[in-house]
Design a protein around this ligand. Structure first.
Ligand code: ZN
Length: 305
């Protein structure tokens, strides 16, 4: 099975601390790098974790709060200095195009800069924004102070694989394989019909990763992230500060755990910790009481899906 790995580059929130960097993550799918949010220091953390800049395919920005995108000017400039020629795709809510345009016209005009394609998407409904042969990315509507989207990353796997021994046994010509792979039975020249299940094996279940930050507790989210292998859900606050969480449109660790539980996620990953707490084990303890399979993110953490 080919590797899908999530690298945590930053998991703090808006105010700087010496413990954490602001939000950014790299999802590496079959060697291709997909960046999720780009807080300050993103490019330094990429270097530190030895993630190749040249393999960055696309960047997804959840919302236009500084702790999620102030790393963008530095990163885009570095890619130009490194001589990138391939197109970079950037996705985000309305306003991201203007921000990228400003960076390009003020800081990248002196180079023969690479092309950047920017796509603005809805934050109120789920829509597929990116698709390639190995991955599909859809938005997840979140509830925050400004338009914000999470992202659902779904691996693309063949639903069926040919059973080569069976197709050879029945002497089925190559030209008929595509139809069988779509699930059709096969009629032999002598009139016998071979059921599809005798000619194919079921493919693997696609792996899924959901990134949900920033958001207040939103029970509707769980149906959109049903059964994901890994759910990253923000836990800016602890239950003791629930009122503050609500008024700031953020979640507590217990609320993140409730979403994971309702969604039937396999694992929950916490992050976006407020600078008011210095001990991340408190988040872990609170969430694990509801959803035991919880992990607390930290800079430098790598998780295989
Ligand atoms: Zn925010």
């Amino acid at each position: 099975m080919e590797s899908i790995a999530l690298h945590i580059l930053g998991c703090g929130s808006a105010l700087p601390t010496v413990e954490h960097w602001p939000t950014s993550q790299a999802l590496v799918v079959r060697g291709k790098v997909f960046l999720i949010d780009c807080g300050e220091g993103c490019q330094l953390m990429l270097r530190k974790q030895r993630i190749s800049f040249s393999r960055i395919v696309a960047l997804f920005v959840s919302h236009l709060h500084g702790d999620h995108l102030f790393g963008l000017p530095g990163l885009l400039g570095t890619l130009a200095l490194l001589g990138r020629t391939g197109t970079l795709k950037i996705y985000g809510p309305q306003g991201i195009a203007e921000f990228v345009d400003f960076i390009q016209s003020h800081f990248m005009s002196y180079t023969d800069a690479y092309p950047i394609e920017v796509y603005e998407h809805s934050t109120t409904e789920s829509q597929t924004v990116f698709e390639d042969p190995s991955l599909k990315v859809s938005t997840l509507p979140l509830v925050h102070r400004i338009p914000t989207a999470g992202y659902l990353f779904e691996e693309k796997c063949a639903a069926l694989h040919l059973d080569k021994a069976a197709t050879d046994f029945y002497k089925i010509p190559l030209a008929d394989y595509p139809e069988i792979l779509l699930g059709a039975p096969y009629a032999l020249p002598d009139g016998r019909v071979i059921p599809n299940s005798h000619l194919t094996r079921k493919g693997r279940t696609p792996r899924k990763y959901a990134f949900c930050t920033d958001t207040k507790y939103n029970p509707q989210l769980s149906s959109l992230v049903k059964g994901v292998d890994l759910l990253y859900h923000e836990s800016t606050y602890l239950e003791v500060d629930r009122e503050r969480a609500e008024s700031h449109f953020h979640s507590t660790a217990a609320e993140a755990a409730k979403i994971a539980q309702e969604a039937g996620a396999k694992r929950l990953l916490l992050g976006h910790y407020s600078s008011r707490y210095s001990d991340t084990s408190l988040f872990l303890k609170e969430a694990q009481a509801i959803f035991p399979n919880t992990l607390a993110s930290y800079e430098g953490m790598t998780l295989e899906l």
